[in-house]
Design a protein around this ligand. Structure first.
Ligand SMILES: [Zn+2]
Ligand SMILES: [Zn+2]
Length: 205
């Protein structure tokens, strides 16, 4: 079945993610849709937040990589948080602009599962080793649907969040001598310690 792509995923997103799978593009489009609904641009700094409802232990990280690539909210910058609910859904929030929750429609997830790509995956073949035409087939399925076909969304009226205060001050740990951001320093027997040295000292007792 020939499917016409109506979205494009930048190659750098695949490059960053490492392989070609349908969940990363799905996350990318979820992020794009959230930006569109909130009327905001991709975040350059840290003034937009993503709360992802995925969990560490599921095959959902692919979705998160796509969301990060689209929104500019990243794990590294600290404006991407996992809520550990085990669901494929995101809340995108920008103070003053509001919050929107996006989730792929279950029939889209089921639709993806029917493709040959998942036969490979279920037989233990890593996504990077699935033949390109097989992965492209399921990716094209995602890219051929418009936002309304792919996702449900809901504006969260009372949603609010303020990030903890950030520090730029470092203190040298009294044991290992390594600079440590001050909010992680712990005091033990009058010494200022990094978390690792603190654990070591504490276990000596
Ligand atoms: Zn992936
Ligand atoms: Zn230390």
């Amino acid at each position: 079945m020939e499917q016409k792509r109506i979205h494009e995923i930048p190659e750098c997103a695949f490059e960053f993610h490492g392989h070609r799978c349908p969940a990363m593009p799905l996350g990318y489009l979820a992020g794009k849709y959230a930006l569109k609904l909130l009327g905001i641009e991709k975040e350059k700094d840290t003034n937009t937040y993503v709360f992802s409802e995925t969990g560490d232990e599921h095959h959902q990280g692919c979705f998160d990589d796509g969301v990060q690539a689209a929104t500019g909210c990243t794990y590294g910058k600290g404006n991407y948080k996992r809520l550990q609910y085990g669901k494929m859904a995101i809340i995108v929030y920008k103070p003053g602009k509001g919050a929107v929750r996006i989730r792929p429609k279950p029939e889209i997830l089921d639709g993806c599962s029917k493709f040959e790509f998942f036969k490979y995956r279920k037989s233990g073949i890593p996504a990077s080793q699935v033949p390109r035409e097989v992965s492209d087939e399921v990716i094209n399925y995602v890219l051929s649907k418009d936002f309304e076909e792919l996702f449900y969304y809901e504006f969260l009226k009372d949603f609010t969040y303020s990030s903890p205060k950030k520090t730029m001050a470092r203190i040298v740990c009294d044991d290992c001598g390594e600079p440590t951001y001050e909010n992680h320093i712990k005091i033990f027997n009058g010494k200022r310690l990094c978390p690792r040295c603190y654990e070591i000292e504490r276990n000596k007792r």
